[in-house]
Design a protein. Structure first.
Length: 308
């Protein structure tokens, strides 16, 4: 099979139609250049170049072969560049797990910043709850998780990615929507309340139970659900009120009013980036270095812009 070096020699002669100029272009002398062309013709079993003392021309076979020769050399050069980019993390795939509630606050920023910084790194997204993400990291199914703490598992490394406030989601027309003052947790005492599942949404369930206990408020739990989307549907239907991450306000659900809650500890909802400490995926390591923020993201701008 012919070599890339012989193809490059043929392309140079075909484009220059002069062995001297072609040899100069390739930084070699004419005799080895002539041997390369002869060996290529022998391998192909066809004459590619007519050479006389006065001219150099391509045979019909040479004319037909030239475009293919250029494509082969270009493909080989491109492949070499691609291979060299993979170890540097400029090119590759990162499989990312995320919770549904985090998608509105984190995914748009992550996707945009990855496109701007690492345009040839593909993010393959997998929606899964936090506990499933940890198992997926351990098995190698995903490279990066965006999950709720605690993430204590041998070999798993994490760092805070986002902190945001919890805000009240109320049905339009609910008496609390007409309050001129800022709402407090005590306003939720005795109210019908859509609560997070203690199993599938354990993080939010335990966060709210501890928060209500400290505040001395006792809402009346009427439904237990897992996803924020479902919670907002129930709020809109008048089933009860809910506390949701501030980023949920970006959904702009019709029939739901968002209100901030006073006396909350600052931004209690945490989301962590997590990955295996022994990961050898160059694209992941580059993503961690150049895309994920050195400072945590917040959704304070959403609270100010969307929530009353």
């Amino acid at each position: 099979m012919f070599s890339l070096a012989r193809l490059s020699c043929f392309i140079a002669v075909a484009e220059e139609l002069h062995f001297g100029r072609a040899a100069e272009r390739l930084h070699m002398t004419q005799p080895p250049l002539s041997r390369q062309i002869q060996q290529l013709e022998t391998e192909l079993g066809v004459q590619l170049i007519d050479r006389t003392t006065r001219s150099v021309t391509l045979t019909p076979a040479g004319v037909a072969f030239l475009p293919d020769a250029r494509r082969i050399v270009a493909l080989a050069e491109s492949a070499a560049l691609t291979v060299r980019r993979v170890p540097a993390g400029d090119l590759g795939t990162v499989v990312v797990g995320f919770t549904a509630a985090s998608a509105h606050a984190v995914l748009p920023r992550l996707l945009e910043q990855t496109r701007n910084t690492l345009p040839d790194v593909k993010l393959e997204l997998r929606e899964m709850v936090s506990s499933v993400q940890i198992e997926a990291l351990m098995s190698g199914e995903i490279d990066l998780g965006m999950a709720r703490p605690p993430l204590k598992r041998p070999g798993i490394v994490s760092r805070p990615l986002l902190h945001e406030q919890l805000v009240a989601a109320l049905p339009a027309g609910h008496p609390l929507t007409g309050q001129a003052r800022q709402l407090t947790l005590n306003d939720l005492d005795g109210q019908d309340f859509v609560m997070y599942s203690p199993v599938q949404a354990r993080y939010f369930n335990e966060l709210l139970i501890s928060t209500f206990t400290i505040a001395g408020a006792t809402p009346r739990y009427v439904q237990f659900v897992t996803q924020v989307h479902t919670m907002l549907v129930l709020v809109r239907s008048g089933i009860g009120i809910a506390l949701v991450p501030a980023s949920a306000a970006t959904l702009h659900p019709e029939g739901v009013v968002f209100r901030s809650i006073g006396a909350f500890r600052e931004r209690p909802v945490e989301l962590d980036a997590c990955w295996r400490g022994d990961s050898t995926n160059p694209a992941l390591l580059r993503l961690l270095r150049d895309v994920l923020p050195a400072r945590e993201w917040t959704t304070d701008d959403l609270v100010d812009e969307v929530i009353g």
